[in-house]
Design a protein around this ligand. Structure first.
Ligand SMILES: *Cc1c(COP(=O)(O)O)cnc(C)c1O
Length: 383
């Protein structure tokens, strides 16, 4: 029997054979594990290699993403660093141009030193992807919906292309979460997450994750993780297990709230707003999105009629916190040009449309009328 995702989520970390019958996974705060005898092991030797609490989380992450192997990292960037450690000097990789600014920085200011060449392009356009392909292209990484403009890339078509050219296909699934989108089912080799965002969901924890279905890749990722020491602590693993239980409830509620704000922005709010970016109103890609995801999520971006208004209202909000990050129960608002995407060169940001008139909203679980009231009162204070 294959259980529903909500059932799997509620049961995350519930162990059946715990010595005292505890329901919640114990936090194994032990750096090392005693060996019964030479050549014997309890299954655990040293916590960098493996830890029972982390393993419980890793099993849960794998099962949610419908992959066989999961790995928990201290941050999303640590997970991404591990993934790009799979490539060699002389390799070329292609990435979505409209993506998390830290991923851009990782390739442009770190992995470039080790001879890994990266092109950032519009992956919503498969022709552009094929045209950018080189004989040494070994990987493709996409975000869909993209960040911050919510563009949709076709996961299945990208998977097909990567298979044809024998390249690794990586999907950063942070925005959708496995609750709405499971890229491994659509042909992705590797799924990565900033667990800091929706998986943790409370703006109180940093984490990252990698999931794959491929035993050979899992061996190489496990080797890199153990060798570079990039592991999530037992305490944080437990906290993330705890958070996952409510992922479905949070996603549903946050998505509903986001839809209400999108509707407001297109009606009453349209006096002050030029454009709203959200999957359901994305003409370019909504049909593709519907074919690969079961929900629209709670990230949206708004382009205001003036840069001044966008920048001024940030300090007038009462409920929304003007802060980077996303995915938590508390609503956040950010100006990508100055924060999450500040490390991209200005002309690159301009070309994408990441300018000072654009604000990105991560909608939380508050009452949506209160959130709309907050946006309205802040705008009224500015005009
Ligand atoms: C935040 C984020 C990351 C980086 O994750 P950290 O946990 O902050 O290191 C990577 N990808 C996306 C899409 C993100 O939003």
């Amino acid at each position: 029997m294959k259980f529903n995702k909500n059932t799997i989520l509620a049961q995350v970390g519930v162990i059946k054979n715990e010595k005292y019958g505890a329901i919640s996974t114990p936090i194994y705060h032990s750096a090392t594990f005693r060996h019964p005898a030479i050549g014997e092991s309890t299954g655990y030797d040293y916590s960098r290699t493996s830890n029972p609490t982390r393993q419980e989380l890793e099993t849960a992450l794998a099962s949610l993403e419908e992959g066989k192997y999961g790995f928990a990292f201290p941050t999303g960037m640590a997970a991404l660093t591990t993934i790009f450690g799979l490539f060699k000097s002389g390799d070329h990789v292609i990435l979505s141009e409209d993506l998390y600014g830290g991923t851009y920085r990782l390739l442009k200011q770190y992995f470039n030193q080790y001879g890994i060449d990266a092109d950032f392009i519009d992956t919503t356009n498969l022709i552009e992807v094929e045209q950018t392909w080189k004989p040494n292209t070994k990987g493709l990484l996409i975000e869909t919906p993209s960040n911050p403009l919510m563009k949709i890339t076709d996961i299945k078509l990208c998977a097909k292309l990567c298979k044809q050219f024998n390249a690794l296909f990586i999907v950063d699934n942070t925005f959708m979460t496995p609750y709405y989108q499971t890229p491994i089912n659509l042909g992705a080799d590797i799924v990565i997450h900033s667990g800091t965002k929706y998986l943790a969901g409370h703006n109180d924890l940093l984490a990252g994750a990698i999931i794959t279905n491929d035993a050979d890749l899992a061996d190489r990722i496990g080797f890199l993780q153990n060798t570079t020491g990039s592991v999530l602590s037992a305490g944080d693993s437990w906290l993330l297990l705890r958070s996952l239980k409510t992922l479905g409830l949070r996603m549903e509620r946050q998505t509903k709230n986001a839809q209400a704000i999108v509707e407001w922005a297109q009606t009453e709010g349209s006096k002050w707003i030029n454009q709203v970016y959200y999957p359901s109103i994305n003409e370019q890609g909504y049909n593709i999105h519907l074919g690969q995801a079961t929900g629209d999520g709670a990230m949206l971006s708004i382009r205001f009629k003036s840069e001044q208004l966008a920048m001024d209202l940030l300090s007038k909000l009462e409920l929304f916190s003007f802060a980077e990050s996303l995915g938590g129960v508390e609503s956040l608002i950010t100006i990508p040009s100055r924060q999450t995407h500040a490390d991209m060169p200005e002309d690159y940001r301009k070309k994408l449309g990441v300018t000072d008139d654009l604000l990105r909203i991560s909608v939380g679980i508050e009452d949506c009328n209160d959130l709309i009231y907050d946006l309205t009162q802040a705008i009224n204070k500015c005009i």
